[in-house]
Design a protein around this ligand. Sequence first.
Ligand code: ATP
Length: 306
Amino acid sequence: MKADIIKKLKSENKALNDEKLSEDLGIFDTTIQQHIRELQDLGYHISETDKGYHLTNEPDVLFPWEFEKRESHIHYFSEVNSTMDVARNMAKDDCPHFTVIIAESQTKGRGRLKRKWISEEGGLYFTIVLRPDMPITLVHMVNFCASLSLAKILQNHFSLNAKVKWPNDVLVDDKKISGLLSEMEADDNGIYFVNIGIGINVNNDPALEEPNATSLKKLLGKDVLRKTILSLFLDEFENSLNLSNVNKIMIQWKKYTMTLGKEVRIVTSRETTEGTAIDVDESGALILKLEDGSLKKIIYGDCFVR
Ligand code: ATP
């Protein structure tokens, strides 16, 4: 019902009294007053005048009803261990394709290899459950598509110098603004789910703990609505996944990357390799040109630009 009241106040864009709300939404006046108080507690500035209730702000909230056409697929939590854990359980319970799990903060946010992802309030933390209809050999494209989509919206809507770093971080002016992580379950019948987890530094600033991090607020000098970023991202990502074929994603990713052409060091648990990053092949592997001129294919690893 709160969602209906907010939608009504937004769509009418004028003061609405108890009577009008009660009639339009089919509930008692007293219930409306109770819901209005609760909405005010959630951050909505709702002024009360002789003419009725008027919504006077656009709070930075991520409740499902803020994403109108996606409302039924969005699940919001104020705090979780990790959106990846919640998503895994939901995926196993057969939640639909493109279910999105959002958390205001995570107590155990994680990156690749169980590294910690700082998840303080003000950032944007979400996981998307996907059930892509593609061969398992192409599933890495989903990761490339996600980091590409984020870099695109940061460039196109916020004029930021956003670039993707192999395999899938997003950096602005060489500082990390976002990390992406994926988990998958598949068998002989194909992919059961691929979960893409994304942390974006929006109105938070993790730089004290993580000096190589940046945030939208820091870069733009003002707060940014997280729901705007999330809406833009989900639209861009969904369109790219639907419309693009694999080649298109890779061609575009190469235009948005800061890794190719750079001298890099790749560190894995087994070895360290140095060379020039010259390409990414169709499997997502990085192709390095080594000092002796030979080529080496790197499937995974930590990439440091020298
Ligand atoms: P790299 O940054 O070298 O590519 P990675 O790919 O393993 O490492 P992720 O898995 O995306 O990185 O994220 C984990 C790492 O990101 C942590 O080890 C830490 O260095 C860094 N980090 C953690 N929290 C944040 C944050 N909020 N913003 C930016 N960087 C962070």
